[in-house]
Design a protein around this ligand. Structure first.
Ligand code: ASP
Length: 367
């Protein structure tokens, strides 16, 4: 741990040293009167129970995609070495932002259709019910840190575009070139393709929806074509914080703002209930305020897994064509019960962390 890098083993040794219990996962009882969500195919086939699994210790972190695992581990390190829950979420997400290999967040991400990187980020603090966000922010490697400053240093919730950049510069953030040669090359290839997928209606393939049959054919279509990081964190006192950071959808129109910085869409926290986060086709998911909708279902008594599945089913009921999109959500309640789901099978890898546990999972699907 001395070089600042945290290995799983090193961390767990450290945790054992401070007397943190290492336990196997437990399953929460399905609440009586579970009203939300019919059993999914996976559940009928004997997969994980529909009701939420419970983290067997605190703190608990849950994040999207494979880059969520190092982010959770960093967040845990920050919290257990004396940082606040906000510090943990911010620094955890910074790991994905600063890793050029993560081509959907921060440095090295894929740009918009003009070849410019515009980043969205958000952070929400459960105990104070405050939030900050930035949208279409250019040149700053760590947009979640700027989002936190918006929350802490202004009365606003969301700053966008040039104003967000000027705020960041005034706060001392250094502007830098975020586009890597690899991302530039991918953009040039996309730009040179007359049949390129784009977001204008009436274009040859008018929306780069990731369809199941294309999934294997398009390099990078699944994994880093978008793949925001969002994270929810729960501490021993039962407080919740959530955050997110993304470059949004690759080759998006300039100025496009996705679901991530829109409160209630990319993330939402109610410190008396729980937190939820989303990733996937943000243009579609924002129409359902997916994170807010999940938290509200939990407030009404649904367990996190059922709440996630119910919101995805609602998206399918309203727009049946959503069976083609990638839509992925997760949730955690104050008790540490959590769940995750995607519309299509096998779409969503997420990471969980609690003392003694740091691993990737594949979420259940509602189709
Ligand atoms: N939801 C993000 C957006 O649409 C993309 C993602 O989650 O990967 O901006």
């Amino acid at each position: 741990m001395s070089n600042g890098k945290l290995t799983r083993r090193g961390f767990f040794q450290g945790m054992a040293g401070v007397g943190v219990a290492i336990a196997a996962p437990t399953y929460a009882k399905a609440p009586a009167g579970r009203s939300e969500g019919k059993p999914s195919k996976a559940e009928k086939a004997g997969g994980r129970p529909a009701y939420a699994e419970a983290a067997a210790g605190r703190p608990f972190f849950i994040s999207t995609w494979k880059h969520g695992k190092p982010a959770n581990e960093k967040a845990a390190e920050v919290l257990t070495s004396g940082g606040s829950l906000l510090d943990a979420v911010e620094k955890g997400i910074n790991t994905a932002e600063l890793d050029p290999e993560v081509m959907s967040v921060g440095v090295g991400a894929r740009p918009n259709e003009e070849g410019i990187l515009q980043l969205d980020a958000v952070i929400m603090d459960g105990p104070t019910h405050r939030a900050g966000a930035v949208a279409a922010l250019e040149q700053i490697a760590t947009p979640i840190s700027v989002a936190r400053r918006v929350m802490e240093k202004t009365y606003h919730t969301l700053l966008a575009g040039d104003g967000a950049l000027r705020f960041a510069l005034a706060e001392g953030f250094e502007p830098q070139q975020l586009l890597t040669p690899k991302a530039l090359e991918l953009w040039m290839k996309w730009k040179a393709d007359p049949k390129r997928k784009q977001f204008r209606r009436g274009a040859p393939d008018e929306k780069p929806i990731i369809r199941p049959d294309e999934k294997q054919q398009r390099p990078g279509a699944h994994g880093d074509d978008h793949d925001t990081i969002t994270m929810a964190a729960l501490d021993a006192a039962g407080n919740l914080v959530a955050g997110g950071s993304t470059s949004g959808l690759s080759w998006k129109l300039s100025g496009r703002v996705g679901d991530v910085p829109l409160l209630g869409c990319g993330i939402f926290v109610d410190n008396t209930v729980g937190a939820a986060g989303a990733t996937g086709d943000g243009d579609e998911m924002a129409k359902f305020c997916s994170s807010f909708a999940i938290v509200e279902r939990m407030r009404a008594g649904a367990d996190p897994q059922s709440a996630c599945e119910a919101v995805l089913r609602w998206m399918l009921e309203v727009h049946p064509e959503n069976e083609k999109i990638e839509a992925c959500v997760y949730a955690a309640n104050k008790k540490g019960e959590f769940g995750a789901a995607s519309i299509r099978p096998g779409d969503f890898t997420y990471a969980v962390w609690w003392p003694g546990m740091s691993e990737l999972r594949t979420a259940k699907s509602v189709l």
